[in-house]
Design a protein around this ligand. Structure first.
Ligand code: DC
Length: 222
């Protein structure tokens, strides 16, 4: 049975950076489920499919192919039907619409199936919103990362700038706040800390400290 490390939490709490490095250190795959919801959103926007359940959406999801391709640099690409969408899924329009698409049970069921299949094949560090509660409730290790809204807004603002998306800080903060609210209050698999997840407040932690915390916790529990 592969080993699963689940990392959940709200947006910009440090999940991706921590998960990527923890995966590298453990020699596990990094399963970024937020990137998968973003790619599904991008695909639906491109197809002109609105954020509501429909036979067209069901049909479209059936044929949707999402694949992570590890690179020798340690990074990975996300392929949507074979096309590299790693950069495109970070566009502000995708960020604004992803909560609405990811609230649809049809979308969640399709991605859940893909995520579980990957988790059956590989040791993974899996990050998202519902990993410890729904995708892998039996995960061997579970963490729940949080950080103050102001800290998260600043991090996301800098991350977006480095990717060439110039957005005012106020706008970035407001979007994170709205997305947190939508992700935590939706009916299906809302963002929630699993009872057995270890809480980690990263507001005043550096990235190496976050990684060290997770690795130490895993090593002491082995
Ligand atoms: O981690 P992120 O910001 O890239 O995630 C984008 C969105 O995807 C997030 O606002 C909610 C959704 N998501 C989800 O519903 N379930 C997950 N397991 C991961 C992400």
């Amino acid at each position: 049975m592969p080993t699963i490390v689940a990392i959940d939490g709200p947006g910009a709490a440090g999940k991706s950076t921590t998960a990527r490095e923890v995966a590298r250190r453990l020699g596990f795959r990094h399963l970024d489920t937020g990137a998968m919801y973003r790619a599904a959103t991008l695909a639906c926007l491109e197809q002109g499919l609105p954020e509501q359940e429909s036979p067209q959406l069901a049909e479209f999801l059936k044929s949707l192919r999402l694949e992570f391709q590890p690179l020798s640099s340690g990074e990975q690409k996300l392929l949507l039907d074979g096309r590299d969408v790693t950069a495109a899924i970070r566009a502000p329009l995708v960020s604004q619409r992803v909560s609405a698409y990811s609230a649809l049970p049809m979308v969640r069921e399709r991605l859940l199936a893909i995520q579980r299949r990957i988790g059956e094949q590989y040791d993974v560090v899996c990050e998202g919103r519902d990993i410890g509660t729904r995708v892998f409730p039996e995960a061997r290790f579970k963490f729940f990362l949080i950080a103050d809204l102001e800290v998260r807004a600043q991090r996301r603002y800098e991350e977006l700038r480095s990717q060439g998306f110039d957005q005012p800080l106020d706008k970035v903060r407001e979007e994170i706040r709205i997305r947190d609210h939508e992700d935590s209050t939706r009916k299906h698999s809302p963002l929630r800390k699993a009872k057995d997840a270890v809480p980690v407040d990263t507001s005043h932690m550096t990235i190496p400290a976050q990684v060290e915390f997770v690795i130490n916790h895993i090593n002491t529990s082995l």
